[in-house]
Design a protein around this ligand. Sequence first.
Ligand SMILES: [Zn+2]
Length: 97
Amino acid sequence: MSKSIFHGHGYFMNDDRASGGKMAEDDIIACAHTGAAMKKADWKLHGGMCMVCARPISAAAFKRAKVFGCEGPEEKRIEQAVNAHYHAQQNAKVLGI
Ligand SMILES: [Zn+2]
């Protein structure tokens, strides 16, 4: 996958013509909430936009956002998980376990 000059997330190309299929190309964008890769054309038809973090989100994340609200950018969730793991290790060290 090469990097798109338009969006910076990537470019999808599947050339299946040699086996009787067809060639498929599209820009790739990433879901802000889950990090899932989405084809831009599919996102235009089925995806959504988070109004809190103002980023494109997948259809599944869009359904969750209607119920739970913005679940934050993926980078924030990874940072929270790393911090939680660090604090658990520090607590175990203090407690001697
Ligand atoms: Zn959001």
